[in-house]
Ligand binder design. Structure first.
Ligand SMILES: Cc1cc2nc3c(=O)[nH]c(=O)nc-3n(C[C@H](O)[C@H](O)[C@H](O)COP(=O)(O)OP(=O)(O)OC[C@H]3O[C@@H](n4cnc5c(N)ncnc54)[C@H](O)[C@@H]3O)c2cc1C
Length: 289
């Protein structure tokens, strides 16, 4: 508060009101962002070939140390180290464990090590979502959408929660004259959408695109991707719960948690959470005994 107050006073002095000052700052930032190549708005970042580049590059660089499809079903102390039992029946020995699985999976892993942490982790609820990709010709829209996307408030009682135009956000996502659109369905407020078949979901999205964007042409192709239990819900009191979880987890030796369940769901938040957990774990391991 103390750091921002002088900024607000300065904004009011310069622009006549804080709101006008904030709008001016936002528009100055937008014009700086428009000079950046690649992603057309700094809020939206991706790789040329999509986000899969990130895990694929990590796998390539880390080589043999990555074990895919190895679900950890139990963790136990083996002297000063950890032994992780996997669903495939083999064991992984490790000096330290950073659990970046969703909170409900982390809860199962620590059930016998810290029942208190397990209970609180299990209390973080998750919602499911689906994304629907659709291709159109630009001429299918009248007028052509010149936006990155839109969010649909729950009060509108629509069957999509948001829509975006990947081909406007990122270069190379669709050939000239084509539009790659994406709709988001499901989430905490419309759980019933996840009970529909892919065909029913596409039909619902097309209805909403017709109503909201005026596009009635049939899409060139459609693709439904389901993301079950993928969105941790930050309910009122979430940060206090996370602080308690962190305190309980700290009693488990050479163990840390990371990921979207705790202090931010965006990919940059998840990366920061993983880095913080790694730093803390290295510090613990290298501390004199
Ligand atoms: C539809 C959708 C769109 C999104 N769009 C954006 C966006 O545009 N920008 C953005 O910044 N964020 C976006 N997000 C949010 C972001 O993608 C996620 O919050 C983030 O990827 C979560 O990363 P994570 O590593 O915490 O969890 P996850 O990616 O869920 O990874 C957890 C991993 O743990 C593994 N696991 C589970 N149980 C076990 C076990 N017992 N043993 C071993 N491994 C286990 C799982 O297989 C999984 O690989 C989006 C999310 C969704 C659902």
């Amino acid at each position: 508060m103390t750091a921002t107050m002088p900024r607000f006073v300065e904004m009011e002095r310069r622009h006549g009101s804080v709101i006008k000052g904030m709008l001016a700052a936002e528009s100055a930032q937008a014009s700086r962002n428009s000079e950046i190549s690649g992603a057309r708005w700094s809020m939206f970042q991706s790789f040329k070939n999509g986000m899969a580049t990130l895990p694929e590059t990590l796998v390539a660089r880390l080589g043999g140390s990555i074990r895919k499809s190895a679900e950890v079903v139990a963790m136990s102390r083996n002297g000063d180290a950890w032994r992780l039992a996997t669903s495939g029946g083999d064991a992984i020995d490790a000096d330290a464990v950073i659990c970046a699985a969703p909170a409900y999976a982390a809860s199962r892993m620590v059930a016998t090590l810290s029942p208190a942490a397990a209970k609180m982790l299990g209390a973080i609820s998750y919602a499911s979502a689906a994304t629907v990709n659709l291709t159109f010709r630009e001429s299918d829209f009248d007028p052509s959408p010149r936006a990155f996307g839109f969010v649909v408030p729950a009060a509108e009682r629509r069957r999509i929660i948001a829509g975006s135009f990947s081909s406007f956000k990122f270069e190379g996502r669709a050939p000239a004259g084509a539009i790659l659109a994406r709709a988001f369905v499901g989430g905490e407020m419309s759980r019933e959408m996840m009970t529909l078949s892919d065909t029913e979901i596409v039909a619902a999205v097309r209805d909403e695109f017709r109503a909201l964007l005026g596009v009635s042409a049939a899409p060139g192709f459609t693709e439904v991707r389901r993301w079950p239990d993928s969105m941790p819900q930050y309910e009122v009191g979430h940060l206090a719960r996370v602080a308690e979880i962190e305190r309980a987890v700290a009693t488990i030796p050479a163990f840390a948690i990371a990921g979207a369940a705790y202090r931010g769901v965006g990919i940059p938040d998840c990366i920061r959470s993983g880095e913080d957990a790694a730093d803390a774990t290295f510090a613990k391991l290298s501390a004199p005994k």
